[in-house]
Structures are given as C-alpha cells and as structure tokens.
Design a protein around this ligand. Structure first.
Ligand code: ATP
Ligand code: MG
Length: 211
C-alpha cells in the first residue's frame, strides 16, 4: 500500500459494503487484512439495500443477507454489522450512507471504505462520486481475476482527477465470489470452506439459492 499518513489522534473505522449475497471468506479476509494493516479500531459491514449498480439482478431478501453477515462476523470482536442501508425505500447510495456515518461519528473518526478491485474499477459510475471521494478514503483491495496494473492506473487517474485519498492494499487472493457460490448451490455442489460454517448452515436451513 502507498504510505498513509493521518492525524494520530483520530480513530479509524473501515467500512465493508456489499450485497453479501451470500457473504464469503473473500470478504472476511479482505476486511481483516485492512483492519490490521491500517490499525483500524473496527470494521463495519454494511449489507446494501437496493444499490443501483445491481439493478435487475435477483437479490436475496435483505433480512437474510443481514443475518448471514451477522453470523459470519460474530467471532471477530472487531467486526460489526450495520443495518443503516436496510429498510430504505428506493435506491441506496453509498454517498448517503457515508454522510450519515460521518454525522454520527463526528470528527474523531476517520472512515476508510473498502472496495475490491472490481468495484474500484467501476467507482466512477457511482452516484456523485466526486462528493463521495471528499468524504472518506478508499482502500482498494486486490482480487484474483482483476489486473493489478489496471487497478493502479485507475487509482492514479482518480487521485489526480478528484484529488482524493485512495490506496491499494494487497490481500490474500481468494478466488471466491457470491456469483460462483450461488451457482454452486443451484447445481448442488459444495460451498464448504468457502463460507463460514454458520453461513453454510443458514443457507441450507432457509433453502436459499436453490432453483
Ligand atoms: P457478486 O458476485 O454477487 O457480485 P461478490 O463476491 O463480488 O458478489 P459483493 O457483495 O459484490 O461480493 O462484494 C462486496 C465487496 O467485496 C466489493 O467491493 C467486492 O469487490 C469485494 N470482494 C468480494 N469478493 C472479494 C474477494 N474474493 N477478494 C477481494 N475483494 C472481494
Ligand atoms: Mg460483486
């Protein structure tokens, strides 16, 4: 990661946003790596409500996605789950979420939004990205299947265009995606060791992702 300097007095909270449909070890490993690497006091997982970039995709009920996120993070005392994007009508925008969190935590806290390489490459399509980039720093984590040099180029472009705080962090490469997990369940193949056991059990109990 590029060197990152900030005022030592501030608390650091990382935000891990996602549809988590379902949450998997790729999300958890990336979040833990950022927490330790940036010395964050906590990581807040925020299951998304109705993000515009996943328009038209079938999404599992938000209550299930929230519950699975709770189960997956329960054993890590530094992880918490927020329902800030739940029960919102219409689209949910990261900008609104970050504004709310900034207001709630005030100046004592510095927020770092974690995105995977794929999400960072598409960041400019996000709602009012210029404003968003002024409100929090972004940590782009590496992800198998996404070229790191493309990520670096994009980062450089965003930094110079918006004069914003963006950093790349190398995380253990776990080639896991929710899309692949949903496919595996539909086809009846195993998801063991790709998601926490409690999540696997929850999916089975609630018969999620079956045809
Ligand atoms: P889907 O296939 O449904 O898009 P996903 O596996 O990409 O699911 P999301 O909920 O879309 O999971 O991802 C939330 C965030 O976590 C995104 O910023 C994404 O880039 C990141 N992420 C997801 N999986 C990984 C992984 N294996 N390694 C690093 N980052 C990841
Ligand atoms: Mg995704």
């Amino acid at each position: 990661m590029n060197t990152y300097e900030s005022s030592m007095s501030k608390l650091r909270f990382a935000i891990m946003g996602g549809t988590f449909d379902p949450i998997h070890y790729g999300h958890l490993a990336a979040a833990e790596e950022v927490r330790v690497g940036l010395n964050c006091q906590k990581v807040i997982f925020i299951p998304s409500g109705n993000p515009p970039h996943k328009k038209g995709c079938v999404r599992t009920d938000e209550a299930h996605r929230y519950d699975m996120t709770l189960l997956a993070t329960a054993s890590n005392p530094y992880f918490e789950v927020s329902d800030i994007e739940m029960n919102r009508n219409g689209y949910t925008y990261t900008l609104d979420t970050i504004k709310k969190l900034n207001k709630y935590y005030g100046n004592e806290v510095e927020l770092f939004f974690i995105t995977g390489a794929d999400a960072l490459l598409e960041l400019e399509t996000w709602y009012k990205v210029e404003q968003l980039l002024k409100l929090c720093s972004f940590i782009a984590v590496t992800r198998p299947g996404y070229d790191k040099s493309k990520l670096e180029q994009k980062l450089y472009h965003l930094q110079s265009k918006y004069n914003s705080e963006l950093y790349i962090m190398d995380v253990p490469g776990l080639s896991i995606s929710s899309t692949d997990l949903r496919k595996r369940i539909e086809q009846g193949t195993s998801i063991r060791y790709l998601v926490p056991e409690a999540v696997e059990q929850y999916i089975s109990d609630h018969k999620l992702y079956r045809k």
